[in-house]
Write a protein that binds this ligand. Structure first.
Ligand SMILES: [Zn+2]
Length: 313
């Protein structure tokens, strides 16, 4: 299933978030320091990492011994849904220590965002005081704002975009630069595309799984086009699942390989006009990333899809 949008904001909301990040990066003197000094950023926000994390199995076990199995199940089911928790009263952030360091960096900044955005902090305080729940649409907006807060902070606003723009376009660039910033491959690809002047897009797939009918299948998780891609082509439409007969399949790295070579890709727009793209793939144990960019300069606003597009099961 393609995941719902987790990062789009109105221009006004974006400006509020960005101003708040800039303030904090100034206070923590973080500009230009690599990797982005997360500890200093959190200290400037007067936040501490929980010395005993709520995600710690030992803590949950002790809690179970004291309050019983039903209480444990309740806490565990709440914790399983999230990877980070902000305790606004204690100025404490709990992070799931079982995810990798880069993901933890992002989560720390995400929770910092909930605390730093004044309209969020006030409401979180009220929610935690009165044991209320946020309305779902408010809660989703807050999550998107915290995600954008985290990426602006981690990539130091336009700093990552400026550094990556010094190298020719390619999949290795955001990977190498992202590592220096302390970012995951996932966050780096999204940031690369989001601020790119080229008509480009990143397609995120789940790792391929064997399939009796097709050989393998890989679910499309997210498609992030650059602003220029949207301006020229409107958007990119893919089937929900990529199988070996898909034009995208050749970009999924072969078993045991991390990358696929750059190759051309023909995509057809709504009016059956074919456009040429260059694409290449990279994989982690969890995801496959396909980075593509338009080869020719075209000025059409159309939605494009793989040639011979057909929905696959
Ligand atoms: Zn959150």
């Amino acid at each position: 299933m393609i995941k719902p949008d987790d990062s789009s904001l109105t221009a006004e909301q974006y400006t509020t978030v960005r101003n708040s990040v800039i303030d904090l990066l100034n206070k923590s003197d973080a500009w230009g320091r690599l990797p982005t000094p997360i500890d200093d950023v959190m200290a400037a926000a007067k936040l501490k990492l929980a010395p005993i994390s709520a995600f710690d199995e030992g803590v949950i076990e002790r809690y179970a011994r004291k309050f019983g199995l039903a209480a444990k199940t309740l806490v565990k089911s709440a914790i399983d849904k999230v990877l980070g928790i902000l305790d606004v009263h204690g100025n404490i952030v709990h992070i799931d220590g079982s995810v990798n360091k880069e993901k933890q960096n992002f989560l720390k900044l995400h929770e910092t965002g909930h605390n730093e955005l004044p309209h969020q902090r006030g409401l979180f305080r009220w929610v935690q005081d009165c044991k209320k729940m946020l309305e779902p649409d408010i809660s989703e907006l807050f999550e998107r704002e915290a995600n954008i807060f985290a990426s602006i902070a981690l990539f130091q606003d336009g700093h990552f975009a400026k550094v990556t723009a010094d190298s020719p376009f390619g999949i290795k660039v955001p990977l190498a630069v992202g590592r220096k910033f302390g970012a995951s491959a996932y966050a780096s690809f999204r940031e690369y595309v989001r601020r790119n002047e080229k008509a480009c897009a990143i397609i995120v797939l789940n790792a391929p799984t064997p399939c009796n009918i097709h050989g393998f299948k890989s679910d499309v998780r997210r498609i992030d086009p650059s602003p220029e891609f949207v301006r020229r082509f409107g958007g990119l439409v893919l089937p929900e699942t990529i199988t070996p007969d898909s034009v995208m399949a050749k970009f999924i790295p072969a078993t045991g390989k991390r990358m696929s070579r750059p190759n051309t890709l023909a995509l057809e727009d709504r009016n059956k006009v074919v456009h040429e793209f260059v694409a290449e793939g990279f994989c982690t144990p969890f995801n496959v990333f396909i980075l593509m960019h338009a080869k020719l300069t075209l000025n059409k606003t159309t939605i494009i899809m793989p040639a011979g597009f057909k929905a696959s099961a």
